[in-house]
Design a protein around this ligand. Structure first.
Ligand code: NAP
Length: 310
């Protein structure tokens, strides 16, 4: 099969299409013929030698890619709930990647049937983003109707799903985005949009029950100041080195984002109910993964970047 490989850490140009061996379904696994794989911010961080793998290192050559949508083409021993021909989508287990490829072997228990009517590109785009947003807002922040949430980076992948989810829960949603993304985040349901390039979001004062930070760095440091007494700061992007908040009353929470079928099915249920819908998607061919990485690394995309594989 063909896959996007990189053999040394570096810029997007290290990504190249190569022929590699087909995966085999082990016990409890299926092989999925991938139709679409999404590009996540984590991918360029790994390519640069950092991210989740900076401590252990990635064994090179490596295939990136954490989520995908496709069709089951082989079933391993012990798998009884998926069959060859089933359209499925999913997210690789923690510490495992490999979706920038024509095929992937993956534990059947952590993937789900693709909702009917949802295209492969859309399902791939919604896999890790929905899983992360669900773990962050439902399982970790335990966001409630009537609460106010500030979602940092509203036009991004995870944040875009989070805006829809928070509105569905019944929260008031404030988000930050540059001007060109305001119509987009408004359509997703944001009640108030702050153009962070012209307005300091800390002028909100202590008005938020929850901040969901998908931007990180100094944005995270400044987010403490908009939380009400005993508010919750939920973060998925790294904070500022050496920063210490003086808000001892605030709970700081990092969602664990385990991979499981239940959260993917929860996303499908929300989709079916009309509570969430696919993000804006920019498509690239698998061979053009380097170009998609340039855009991802630029940190100002709208919605999701998706590699179409077949
Ligand atoms: N399991 C996990 O913990 C997990 C899972 C997924 C992602 N993550 C991490 O979460 C972060 C977000 O991932 P993602 O894939 O959702 O990101 P993304 O889609 O790449 O986000 C890019 C967005 O960030 C916005 N942005 C950039 N700087 C901003 C700022 N200063 N203020 C407000 N918005 C800003 C941009 O909008 P504008 O053009 O409007 O600036 C753009 O739409 C990444 O660090 C990623 O590694 C963690």
């Amino acid at each position: 099969m063909k896959a996007v490989l990189f053999e040394k850490h570096g810029g997007p140009e290290v990504l190249h299409l190569a022929e590699v061996s087909d995966p085999v379904a082990g016990p409890g696994e299926v092989v999925v013929d991938i139709h679409a794989a999404s590009v996540n911010a984590a991918d360029y961080k790994v390519r640069l030698g950092g991210g989740a793998y900076s401590s252990g290192g990635v064994k090179l050559p490596h295939i990136l890619g954490r989520d995908f949508s496709g069709v089951v083409s082989a079933v391993g021993p012990g798998v009884t709930d998926l069959r060859v021909g089933d359209p499925v989508f999913g997210v690789c287990d923690q510490g495992i990647e490999g979706a920038y490829a024509e095929k992937i072997a993956i534990k059947a228990a952590i993937i789900a049937k693709k909702p009917d009517g949802l295209g492969h590109a859309e399902a791939a785009a919604m896999a890790l983003t929905s899983l992360t947003a669900l773990w962050a807002l439902e399982d970790t922040a335990k966001l409630k109707a009537g609460e106010t949430i500030l979602i940092q980076g509203g036009a991004g992948g995870v944040a875009g799903f989070a805006i829809q989810l928070a509105k569905h829960i019944g929260a008031t949603v404030i988000t930050t985005a540059s001007q060109r993304n305001h119509d987009y985040v408004k359509k997703l349901g944001a009640d108030k949009i702050i153009d962070y390039t012209t307005t300091d979001f800390t002028t909100l004062g202590q008005t938020c029950d929850v901040v969901f930070d998908t931007v990180g760095g100094e944005v995270q440091s400044r987010s403490y100041s908009v939380l009400k007494q005993n508010g919750r700061l939920v973060w998925i992007a790294g904070g500022e080195a050496g920063f210490k908040s003086d808000r001892a009353d605030v709970q700081v929470l990092r969602p664990k984002v385990d991979r499981d079928r239940a959260h993917l099915e929860r996303m499908a249920e929300l989709l079916e109910a009309g509570a969430v819908w696919p993000p804006a998607i920019t498509r690239y061919k698998l061979a053009d993964a380097a170009e998609a990485h340039r855009v991802s690394e630029g940190r100002h995309l709208q919605g999701k970047l998706v590699l179409t594989v077949r």
